[in-house]
Design a protein around this ligand. Structure first.
Ligand SMILES: *[C@@H]1O[C@H](CO)[C@@H](O)[C@H](O)[C@H]1NC(C)=O
Ligand SMILES: *[C@@H]1O[C@H](CO)[C@@H](O)[C@H](O)[C@H]1NC(C)=O
Ligand SMILES: *[C@@H]1O[C@H](CO)[C@@H](O)[C@H](O)[C@H]1NC(C)=O
Ligand SMILES: *[C@@H]1O[C@H](CO)[C@@H](O)[C@H](O)[C@H]1NC(C)=O
Ligand SMILES: *[C@@H]1O[C@H](CO)[C@@H](O)[C@H](O)[C@H]1NC(C)=O
Ligand SMILES: *[C@@H]1O[C@H](CO)[C@@H](O)[C@H](O)[C@H]1NC(C)=O
Length: 619
């Protein structure tokens, strides 16, 4: 017993000694080591990654600097990029979230900075949208040095050679909490400043009205004349929150923006700010009244299936949070945008198209419970999941406003007979990958994890570049939920085992995805008429998987590639790999179906092989 006690005390002593040594340490300036992207921190924290934890505080409020540049010109887009609370962001910068700022305006970003292991970081995520992006450009250009290439590489699993648009990166932002000594000297917050050309410690400290020595010490400099490199960060210890008046706005020529120019706009900003807060407040108020009344009257439309739909306890909290990001449209705006819901603005049953606040959007009228869809789409953000822009409520009818996808549904695209769309294997693989990535995100990267439950080619939409996005989250449920409704999915996409079990699992979506893959390969519908009877595409395909000829018959004729000499290039091997993947998704036993993450990697392999064979045949 004593021995155990002694060991315990010893351990505590060691921890204390260790923490004392860390908490005294000041941060070290990274210098231009962040540019190399080949650093290692195997033997201890390195300034080329992030700022080191001191055990004074495991977590604190901190501030970062950001300079506006397209497409990050409004606080809402900057809040999206950094996961910073939009209300706080608006308050500290003294402008409203929707204001469009001139390029190169400095913005203060309030974040929560926490110690995760050896480094302080403020977590955000970023979805790559450009083929040319690398770990380095995300750190240096998108985040302007607020994160580093080394830190990004260590916290993301992707190989630096295999990055592609749509990938989601975890981004740790460089922040720090004050040390014990700094706290004793009156420092409350650490501000991560972005060094620019010709910056000097005395100039910066002057601007923040603190002594150059305390800035020098906070960054591990022996004096204030150390050389600073642009696109790296400097820590500024502040006794108070940074002020918007300490931020600057530069013309492209880097001459300071005339001060009166910004201030003459300030009243407008304040006006917009008050207007926006009022709109949010009214929306929340309406929602509360609405839900309260709904709850009391036990309206039948709340019941989906047999069970009564219970409102999540914290739903209103969520709406408050979402209300800041989602736009609230007025019914008059929607009426004007759709010419009073005129038939020629109609896209399909209760779905309209219209220009709202200068943007072509889709308006969906819904009299059912939209809380789930708002809750899910308001909280997630992925290139392959449709974006919800805003909401409107009018006479107990909800209007959800989404991004507009030019090419419409995948089903229509597959059935489009006019040859104006170049149909190729490559394109179909990209569409399959898009859907798989969206589902993978939904199943594995959201908190809580969701199951869409209604995947089919009508609910997959294509944009102008034929990139696919999953829509219609009306049936989506949290992973592991009990089956609250017997209705699931469309005919032909239904998981045969699902009916018997009560639990909603991602494998339901994997099954439906298998059917979508079949449609991409065959160009046929999920349900076909044969001799006056309905048959499922999945059954036809599974029963004809034995012979090569049958497989060639199954393939969409539009996918045949003619060699310049006239004969048809045999792509049955490619088709077979595709078919095998979809058949795996259609396995009767849910446990035997692959996870969406595996589906994504199989599709990526197929895609890489198509690319190789194409460059081979053309070269
Ligand atoms: C990192 O790369 C630079 C040049 O790009 C090289 O000088 C340096 O030795 C490399 N460091 C390590 C640890 O490999
Ligand atoms: C931030 O991300 C890191 C690494 O992914 C994780 O360890 C840490 O818990 C996260 N911190 C917070 C506050 O979520
Ligand atoms: C938020 O960022 C993602 C990419 O990371 C982008 O697709 C999305 O449109 C952004 N949303 C807003 C409201 O700016
Ligand atoms: C980092 O980004 C800045 C600003 O976009 C750019 O001027 C600079 O060349 C980049 N640095 C490197 C090493 O590419
Ligand atoms: C705190 O203040 C004391 C006295 O002014 C000074 O000697 C010391 O260097 C300061 N420490 C820091 C971390 O600024
Ligand atoms: C915010 O802007 C208003 C209007 O220009 C100004 O009166 C006020 O002093 C500003 N507040 C801060 C904290 O800068």
């Amino acid at each position: 017993m004593f021995i155990i006690m002694n060991k315990f005390l010893f351990a505590i002593l060691i921890i204390f000694a260790f923490s004392a040594s860390i908490s005294n340490a000041q941060q070290q300036y990274s210098g231009n080591s962040v540019m190399q992207c080949n650093n290692s921190d195997q033997t201890g924290p390195s300034p080329a990654f992030l700022y080191t934890c001191n055990l004074e505080k495991p977590s604190c409020k901190a501030f970062l600097m950001f300079r506006t540049k397209p497409p990050y010109l409004s606080l809402s887009s900057i809040s999206n990029l950094t996961f910073s609370d939009p209300t706080e962001l608006a308050r500290i910068n003294n402008i409203s979230t929707s204001t469009i700022l001139p390029i190169n305006t400095e913005v203060i970003i309030p974040v929560t900075c926490s110690c995760s292991g050896q480094y302080y970081q403020s977590n955000t995520s970023y979805i790559s949208n450009d083929n040319s992006e690398t770990y380095f450009t995300i750190a240096n250009e998108t985040y302007q040095g607020l994160t580093t290439c080394d830190a990004l590489m260590s916290q993301n699993p992707y190989s630096k050679f295999k990055l592609f648009p749509g990938l989601e990166f975890q981004v740790p932002l460089r922040c720090a909490c004050p040390t014990k000594e700094q706290v004793a000297n009156g420092t409350k917050f650490m501000f991560t400043y972005l060094i620019t050309w010709n910056d000097k410690v005395p100039l910066i400290s002057d601007r923040f009205n603190i002594s150059p020595m305390s800035v020098a010490m906070a960054n591990g400099f022996s004096d204030e004349n150390t050389e600073l490199y642009p696109f790296t960060t400097l820590l500024i210890p502040l006794p108070n929150e940074p002020l918007s008046s300490q931020m600057r706005s530069y013309q492209p020529t880097a001459t300071p923006y005339p001060k009166h120019k910004t201030s003459s706009y300030k009243w407008i900003y304040v006006g917009i700010g008050i207007g926006a807060s009022l709109a949010v407040f009214c929306f929340i108020f309406f929602l509360s009244v609405y839900y309260y009344r709904r709850k009391r009257t036990k309206d039948a439309s709340w019941k989906l299936g047999q069970k009564k739909q219970k409102l999540p306890k914290h739903f209103l909290d969520k709406v408050v949070r979402i209300g800041e990001l989602l736009k609230i449209y007025t019914y008059e705006e929607l009426k004007a945008a759709t010419d009073n819901f005129s038939p020629h603005k109609k896209l399909s049953n209760s779905v309209y198209r219209g220009i709202l606040r200068g943007k072509l959007l889709v308006i969906k009228k819904m009299s059912t419970n939209v809380s789930k869809e708002i809750k899910i789409l308001g909280n997630i953000n992925h290139f392959n999941l449709i974006s919800l822009y805003g909401v409107c409520e009018h006479e107990k009818v909800f209007y959800l406003v989404y991004e507009y996808l030019e090419e419409g549904s995948l089903k229509d695209w597959l059935h489009n007979e006019d040859g104006s769309h170049a149909q190729s294997w490559n394109q179909r693989v990209i569409i399959a990958l898009d859907v798989a990535n969206g589902l993978d995100y939904l199943h594995n990267f959201t908190d809580p994890a969701y199951v869409h439950k209604n995947i089919n080619t009508c609910n997959i939409l294509l944009n102008r570049d034929l990139r696919a996005k999953i829509a219609n989250f009306g049936l989506a449920r949290e992973n592991g939920n009990l089956n609250s409704t017997s209705f699931i999915g469309e005919k032909g996409y239904k998981d045969p085992e699902y009916i018997q079990s009560d639990e909603v699992t991602p494998k339901v979506d994997v099954y439906a995805f298998g059917v979508v893959l079949l449609e991409l390969i065959t160009g046929k519908d999920a349900v076909l008429m044969r001799d006056g009877e309905e048959v499922f595409l999945s059954e036809i395909v599974i029963s004809s998987m034995d012979g090569k000829d049958e497989i060639n018959d199954l393939i969409d004729p539009r996918l045949q590639v003619k060699h310049p000499l006239g004969y048809i290039i045999d792509r049955s091997e490619l088709a077979l790999r595709f078919l095998k993947l979809s058949v795996a998704c259609l396995a009767r036993e849910p446990a035997k179906r692959p996870h969406m993450a595996n589906v994504v990697s199989s599709l990526m392999k197929i895609q890489a092989d198509i690319d190789n064979s194409q460059s081979f045949s053309s070269g």
